[in-house]
Design a protein around this ligand. Structure first.
Ligand code: ADP
Length: 490
């Protein structure tokens, strides 16, 4: 099959979170299985250009219709660790993608509406007629709408769309102007609640609603989350639309790219290891402590790596830090937030704890350091309030760090409690708590610290069970191919 992914991120060249990992990892898996895969991305100025091989212009002066004029674009091509990527560079005073950071601007919906339009225009003009376009999150959610309403009539009528929601919290809410700029027009038609009209704001269109209505298939990134968004609050208002379209909606657990995330070959960790050479992991713990000025003492090391977003349970992350250092453990945090207030809160905490030899906070994004943390930690906490899938716990499992997680979304689908798991003993790979409060967190952390301290052999077994899990792209890759095959125009 010929598959084109349209996305706002692709690891490691443009990555903010798990979305980037998925676009890269799924793309690779689909290629390994013999499909032709291309990825279309914006050309951000802040990308990691050192990860692009052979960057060159492949389409000059692509005229993208925009309101009653055109924006000229240059389209670039390059390989990102083997993936074929196209980068769209618009030339206009809007300066959509040259802003030093990926997200967080007042005209966000315009930036990505333009990107979606330009991606389709590029496919049309360069005679690309994929079997499947796979779009991701609200940033490319207008693609299925534009394809069905405009581009199908221009010759792209055999292309089908699969849309994946990585996070329902951000949906792309905009006013009428987006319709005029993208050429869709007809507000009365699109504002209808059966199309793109937002269920809660009658004067807004909702890009994500459009993706639910217009895509041939819609997925989210774990079976548990697929249930949660339809039945609970985590659909952020899209539950009804998903219910109406339930026949084409399902959850596919994300995979982890086992080649990119491999403790046997990771270039950023000093000691490589696997389940047979687990002792080597300890050298990474020592290296991590040295790098972060933590004391070398007989204590478990617990970490958090991730965005500092309310979704991630900020108050629980903070609590985990204090609980760890007050209960005979060490704690490392690596994270950042686009919200200045949250960052400042953690900078303040960092200054307060500056002289504590048992904890370290690193505020920022650092992929290389994150790898050393996964490899050097005994446990990782993921106390999310909601978590569509979560890759942190999967990486932790692969790197022999035992996850301590809240039972929600993809965390519930991948981590099974050592003491109270409902699965066979050999599948129990972590510690789980249910209520998003400090009591729940403490009970799981104390069981984990207790096992590490008093029953090292048992703890080792939890580690080995985790390392034995297969959360690679092998199964989800096939699941997505089945979906593509099902919706494909035959
Ligand atoms: P989300 O997509 O909600 O951000 P996931 O758990 O699905 O969460 O994916 C997070 C990914 O981003 C993981 O690969 C994690 O290691 C990485 N990551 C998050 N924050 C940082 C950071 N500050 N530095 C390095 N890597 C990070």
């Amino acid at each position: 099959m010929y598959i084109v992914m349209v996305a706002s991120e692709c690891a490691p060249v443009a990555k903010v979170g798990g979305l980037g990992d998925v676009v890269f990892g799924l793309g690779r898996e689909l290629e390994i299985r013999g499909n032709a895969v291309e990825i279309i991305l914006p050309k951000y100025d802040c990308m990691r250009y050192d990860h692009i091989y052979g960057l060159q212009v492949v389409y000059e002066n692509l005229q993208v219709p925009w309101f009653n004029y055109h924006i000229p674009c240059t389209v670039w091509f390059g390989f990102v660790h083997g993936r074929k990527c196209f980068f769209i560079e618009p030339h206009s005073a809007d300066n959509f993608f040259n802003r030093g950071t990926y997200y967080g601007f007042a005209d966000e919906h315009m930036r990505f509406a333009f990107f979606s339009k330009a991606a389709l225009e590029f496919m049309l003009k360069s005679n690309k007629r994929p079997d499947i376009i796979h779009t991701h999150d609200w940033q490319s959610a207008l693609v299925p709408v534009l394809l069905y309403e405009i581009y199908a009539n221009l010759g792209m009528d055999r292309t089908r769309v699969c849309h994946t929601f990585h996070n329902f919290k951000h949906q792309g809410i905009a006013g009428e102007n987006v319709l005029w700029f993208t050429g869709l027009g007809r507000p009365d038609y699109y504002f209808h609640r059966d199309r793109m009209g937002d269920d809660f704001n009658p004067s807004a269109i909702n890009f994500s609603k459009g993706a639910v209505v217009y895509s041939n298939f819609v997925t989210t990134v774990s079976p548990r989350h697929a249930w949660e968004v339809r039945h609970g609050e985590w659909g952020y208002g899209l539950g009804h639309a998903l219910h109406v379209h339930q026949g084409k909606f399902g959850g596919v657990l994300n995979g982890l790219d086992y080649e990119m995330w491999n403790p046997e070959s990771d270039p950023h960790i000093p000691a490589h290891f696997n389940a047979e050479t687990l002792e080597e992991k300890y050298k990474n713990k020592q290296a991590l402590r040295e790098r972060l000025w933590l004391r070398q003492e007989f204590k478990p090391l617990i970490s958090y790596v991730g965005r500092l977003d309310t979704q991630k349970g900020i108050h629980l992350i903070r609590h985990a830090l204090f609980y760890a250092i007050n209960n005979g453990a060490q704690f490392v945090l690596l994270g950042s937030s686009p919200e200045q207030g949250i960052n400042e809160q953690f900078w303040h905490l960092k200054h307060t704890l500056n002289d504590n030899p048992d904890c370290h906070l690193e505020i920022g994004f650092n992929e290389e350091l994150s790898r050393l943390i996964y490899a050097g930690s005994d446990m990782m906490v993921v106390p999310s309030l909601f978590e569509p899938c979560g890759l942190t716990q999967m990486i932790a499992l692969r790197y022999g760090a035992v996850p301590i997680v809240r039972s929600v979304g993809g965390l519930a689908d991948t981590v099974f409690d050592w003491h109270y798991g409902e699965v066979p003993e050999e599948q129990r790979n972590g510690f789980v708590f249910h209520q998003p409060d400090t009591t729940g967190l403490e009970s799981a952390m104390s069981r984990a610290i207790g096992l590490w301290s008093h029953y090292p052999e048992e703890f080792r077994q939890v580690v080995l069970n985790g390392m034995g899990c297969d959360y690679s792209w092998n199964h989800p890759g096939q699941d997505y191919l089945n979906i593509y095959e099902y919706i494909r125009c035959k």
